[in-house]
Design a protein around this ligand. Sequence first.
Ligand code: ADP
Ligand code: MG
Ligand code: MG
Length: 206
Amino acid sequence: MDTKDLTAWIREFAGLVAQHKDELTALDSAIGDGDHGVNMDRGLTAVVAALEAEPPDSPSALFKKVGMTLISKVGGASGPLYGTAFLRMAAAADSVLDGAGFAKVLRSGLDGVVARGKAQPGDKTMVDALGPAVDALDAALASGAGTKAALQAAADAAEQGREATIPLVARKGRASYLGERSAGHPDPGATSVTLLMQAAASTLGS
Ligand code: ADP
Ligand code: MG
Ligand code: MG
């Protein structure tokens, strides 16, 4: 996968977030302040505009632009968290990525989210979708799956991780202010991460 392929991934993610904006916002209304869909859509609309204005010439430049734009345009927790993920991905990306290279990049992104937000698995955050996705991607590639199938396994794991956040009590972010009342709802950030991985499965690999 080259810069063009990875740009298509980001554009597809932006499209899915725009399509699911109201759903993300409704989820955040239940356990947060009701802005996750609006936040992510604003940020990704700016990302797509920035990529069109000046197409990046390497995966690293692409991820850097995505990260910087999300940090500057998205208020709230998700901007710095997604932004840090993409900046770490930029630092880890070679000029062309195979499946294993993409898995390495994605794990760097996860490490960035954890370093920045200090969430543990089970805290009911985006980590609960991204962590299982990265693990499933590694496991599928190690068992000999092709990149496309491995990315589909990663997207499925993200979705399962998102479902698994429903009964959890939030221990990080705004939802944690609700205590026990945060249980019974999926985490909005885990939901947007699922869209990120679904976009990867549909646009990357062959
Ligand atoms: P805000 O909560 O500031 O309004 P958003 O609504 O855009 O920001 O994003 C909320 C999402 O951010 C949550 O659903 C959760 O997945 C994620 N989040 C919040 N705090 C953390 C954290 N410390 N680590 C990882 N993810 C977090
Ligand atoms: Mg919010
Ligand atoms: Mg907010």
